[in-house]
Design a protein around this ligand. Structure first.
Ligand code: PEP
Ligand code: MG
Length: 899
């Protein structure tokens, strides 16, 4: 009640405190009540109480007394009485967590109806049919939610009664039929050893307990895991007076968004079901009406809109929507019910939206003066940016449309058709791309939706479960595709005469709602419009630089397009894997003398130089960090197994030779393979990642790094002579001891000088090192005396700090570790702040002590992870470097870290 809410501010002053304590729904109801909007009265049991309930394994002391007191107050306020046969109070008991978990937890409606009060409701409403229908719904819902009786068991009874009375739809059942159905439902209860409680307080007690318990049901747990929602938040329980949308044609229920959740367009958008209760909308059983002409795009065009059928209430809804949006300064998702021409608001929350809508709404709200640029940047999530950078259907591609449904969540997806969510998970884990196809989805399908590339359903509207969840996950979805006729049993669907079996590939476009036969080519996205604007604002705000890891000129071009301010890591070894280069690289490795090695290196020099020329050209005006050779040499040679097999095959052939010439040829081939095998054996190490790699190679074979430095300087001279501004940075990998760096620096600077003298040109370049061995971080002050820059290689640093192999740990135990909660995240994906992070912090601090001008960045995979970026910002790094496609995400995350 409005007058009670002043006290709330004392315990929960801010909106986020309120949400934490009362859950999103409870906080929204309280706030709407406080600002005088029409909300049915009720009370909220806090999330803290829920967690206490789990701790104490039962209702905490005093809870029940407070519930009784609050219910009494509700009775006084409404003039209704719980369980009365005259003017009964009915309530809904709904879950509501601090972070929205749509459909994951439980709700019970019409609570308070009993054999006695059903008569009261019939009298009060003058509508016995309505009363008995509400009663049978309560028994069904209560049985399912509170006692765990399968939904189907009730549905079967319903079907039988419908058949007996010749009723086509539920609404065709009359009072007699409904009374009989109630008796049948009671029998279902008895089959399970229960009686439906006739004491409304007993119903209430059991319902509250069930809602608490639903916090820990399986689907809620999975949902929290996917969305990284903490398990210790708990759910609030909202007990609210029922209002009825199913009291005739002047009643109804619906959902409205203050802006279009698909595109972000500023227009009231929503659906409405006349003469219906809330669950009918979500279940997608009846086709909803559009609330207005604008929303008709996706609803049934022939049905009258709410604006047409109840213009006054629509006008009121529109005003309330505007008010709520201004109040919350964000797009609202409003649930409402109209009872006999009176509008009630049942919920408001910040609406879920597609990535495109999130960006558009954020930008437009800044333009409207509603929020600041900083707020806009905080409204867009890194995942939103990621989604917008997903591939789109190639408009030029030839494609055959086999069905069209509602464009529920944008983006294109293709994959093998799978009907079963468990199977979707199974195939996805094997690395297959799948599309989940269902008649409709329920919260039990959530794991399958998460595993799938996209979702296609035959039923449901724009606010159906599939649509809402897909948008939240950022997955393409087409829903309500009524052209599909799905045969779940035999695993196929028919659409426009095509039979698509499980395992066949289809493509969906969640932006248009179209479904295509087979695999349609996708094109990479580009940055434009609102996203460009948000990223420009992010660039104005952030202080952390963003560079890209790029190994080819193509990647460097992409990186520039996405806004990278230079190359933070070019792994030169990747350039050696090209078809034309690998044999020369192998020749270099196989060389028996320095002379032979240099011969091969001379050939590689020409190739490296041309790569670097391209890099410097693409990155004109920006720094380019080129890292000298890093991996163990055996990576460039075939494996022992491969070689042995090849030798055996040649030996087999030898048995069948028919000429001496053929024999000679085979023998020489065998000898060559044997020679390679002996080198492979020589290079073999039990622990190659801790072995002969990185600067260790450069020290033992100085000619390799010398060649690379020559190529860098020669390329730099060439591009400089083209009149371009260039900033080369030469980086040594895997330093663990300062003496390694000292030695290499002396040698390589000499080489660089030689090259410059040869050409008579001066090139300004920086010389630096990676910090990726814990000892390097610990002795960073020493190392910084010989380095102008540090780049933290957090891949290796994580590997060596944890002692986990970066190649094998994930599959063997790391995934389990995360599931078991031993680690919060995979430390190779998201930086371990407490351990590896401390080494980064120490490295920067110590390094800058002896070299105050030290440039410090990071180039491990963590450079594209928002949570890690936040840490790097705090640790005072100058930049992060990540893969080109993560650059926009990093730009946003860096600005968010600054805000
Ligand atoms: C690192 O170790 O973090 C790094 C960037 O180098 P690489 O991944 O090439 O070992
Ligand atoms: Mg490394």
């Amino acid at each position: 009640l409005k007058e009670d809410l002043e006290k709330l501010n004392e315990v929960a002053p801010t909106m986020s405190d309120k949400k934490k304590l009362l859950g999103g729904k409870g906080a929204g109801l309280a706030e709407m009540t406080r600002i005088g909007l029409p909300v049915p009265p009720g009370y909220t049991i806090t999330t803290e109480t829920c967690m206490k309930y789990f701790e104490e394994k039962g209702f905490p002391q005093g809870l029940w007394d407070e519930v009784l007191e609050a219910t009494k107050k509700l009775e006084e306020h409404t003039g209704k009485k719980f369980g009365s046969d005259d003017n009964p109070l009915l309530v809904s008991v709904r879950s509501g967590a601090p972070i929205s978990m749509p459909g994951m937890m439980d709700t019970i409606l019409n609570l308070g109806l009993t054999e006695k009060s059903v008569e009261g409701l019939a009298k009060q409403t003058n509508n016995p049919r309505f009363a008995w229908d509400a009663y049978r719904r309560l028994i069904q819902m209560f049985g399912n939610v509170v006692l765990g009786i399968e939904h189907n068991e009730f549905e079967e009874e319903l079907e039988k009664i419908k058949e007996k009375y010749g009723a086509k739809q539920d609404v065709d059942l009359d009072v007699e039929a409904l009374k009989e159905l109630v008796e049948k439902y009671k029998e279902v209860y008895r089959r399970h050893g229960y009686e439906f409680p006739q004491d409304p307080y007993e119903q209430l007690r059991m319902a509250i307990k069930a809602v608490f318990d639903s916090w820990n049901n399986e689907r809620a747990i999975v949902y929290r895991k996917i969305n990284k929602i903490p398990d210790d938040m708990g759910t609030a329980v909202n007990v609210v007076m029922m209002v009825f949308g199913n009291m005739g044609d002047d009643s109804g229920t619906g959902v409205a968004f203050t802006r279009d959740p698909r595109t972000g367009e500023k227009h009231l958008y929503g659906e409405f079901l006349p003469n219906a209760q809330g669950e009918d909308v979500v279940a997608g059983i009846r086709t909803p009406h559009a609330i207005n002409e604008y929303s008709k795009q996706d609803a049934n065009r022939d049905l009258p809109t709410m604006e047409e059928s109840m213009p006054d209430v629509y006008e009121q809804l529109k005003n309330v929507a505007e008010l709520l949006e201004k109040h919350y300064k964000d797009m609202q998702d409003i649930e409402f019910t109209v009872e006999k021409g009176k509008l009630y608001l049942l919920q408001t929350r910040n609406g879920k939206r597609t990535a495109a809508a999130a960006v558009r709404i954020a930008v437009e709200m800044v333009d409207e003066g509603l929020i600041t640029k900083e707020e806009a940047i905080m409204r867009v999530t890194p995942e939103n940016v990621d989604t917008l950078l997903h591939p789109q259907i190639d408009p030029k591609a030839k494609k055959e449309v086999i069905a069209k449904g509602l464009a529920a969540s944008p983006g294109a997806a293709l994959g093998k058709v799978v009907f079963d969510p468990d199977k979707a998970v199974e195939l996805a884990e094997k690395g297959e791309k799948v599309l989940l196809v269902r008649p409709e989805t329920t919260p039990d399908d959530i794991h399958g939706m998460n595993a799938a590339q996209g979702i296609l359903t035959a039923r449901g509207g724009m606010t159906s479960h599939a649509a809402v969840v897909a948008r939240a996950m950022g997955k393409p979805a087409v829903v309500g595709c009524e052209e599909l006729s799905i045969n779940m049993k035999e695993g196929y669907f028919i659409a426009r005469g095509h039979r698509i079996n499980e395992g066949d590939i289809i493509t969906i476009d969640g932006t248009t709602g179209e479904v295509y036969l087979g695999e349609v080519p996708l094109i990479p996205p580009s940055i434009s419009g609102n996203l460009e604007k948000i990223l420009e604002w992010a660039d104005e705000i952030r202080v952390l630089g963003v560079r890209a890891n790029a190994d080819t000129p193509e990647q460097a071009t992409k990186a520039r397009e996405f806004g990278a301010e230079g190359i933070g890591l070019a792994r030169t070894e990747h350039m050696f894997f090209g078809e034309d280069r690998l044999p020369i690289m192998q020749e270099m490795i196989m060389a028996q003398s320095k002379e032979d090695r240099v011969k091969a290196l001379d050939k590689l020099l020409v190739m490296q130089r041309s790569d670097f020329v391209e890099f410097f050209r693409t990155m004109e005006g920006y720094p380019v960090i080129i890292r000298l050779l890093d991996p163990p040499l055996h990576e460039f040679l075939p494996s022992r197994e491969e070689l042995t097999e090849e030798i055996n095959e040649l030996k087999m052939k030898l048995k069948e030779v028919t000429s001496l010439r053929e024999m000679d040829l085979l023998l020489s081939q065998i000898n060559e393979k044997k020679r390679i095998l002996s080198v492979v054996n020589e290079l073999h190490e039990f622990n190659p990642m801790l072995g002969f790699r990185g600067c260790r190679l450069g020290i033992i074979y100085p000619e390799i790094y010398e060649m690379q430095v020559r190529a860098i300087i020669q390329a730099a001279i060439q591009v400089k002579n083209e009149g371009k501004e260039i900033y080369p940075e030469i980086m040594i990998p895997l330093i663990g001891h300062v003496n390694e760096l000292k030695l290499l620096k002396e040698d390589l600077e000499k080489v660089a000088k030689e090259e410059m003298e040869k050409s008579g040109e001066e090139i300004k370049y920086m010389f630096g090192t990676m910090i990726e061995i814990p000892r390097a971080a610990l002795t960073a002050d020493e190392i910084a005396k010989y380095a102008e820059f540090f780049s933290f290689g957090t891949n290796d640093l994580t590997q060596m700090t944890f002692g986990y192999s970066r190649d094998d740990a994930q599959a063997k135990f790391l995934k389990k570790y995360v599931e078991m909660g031993i680690l919060k995240d995979d430390p190779f994906k998201s930086l371990d702040w407490d351990g590896v992070g401390q080494l980064v912090r120490m490295g920067v601090e110590k390094g800058r002590k002896t070299n105050p001008n030290l440039e410090a960045g990071i180039c491990g995979e963590h450079g594209g992870d928002p949570k890690s970026i936040e840490f790097f910002h705090m640790a005072g790094l100058n930049y992060v470097s990540c893969s080109p496609y993560r650059v926009p995400i990093a730009r946003l995350a860096a600005a968010q870290a600054q805000i």
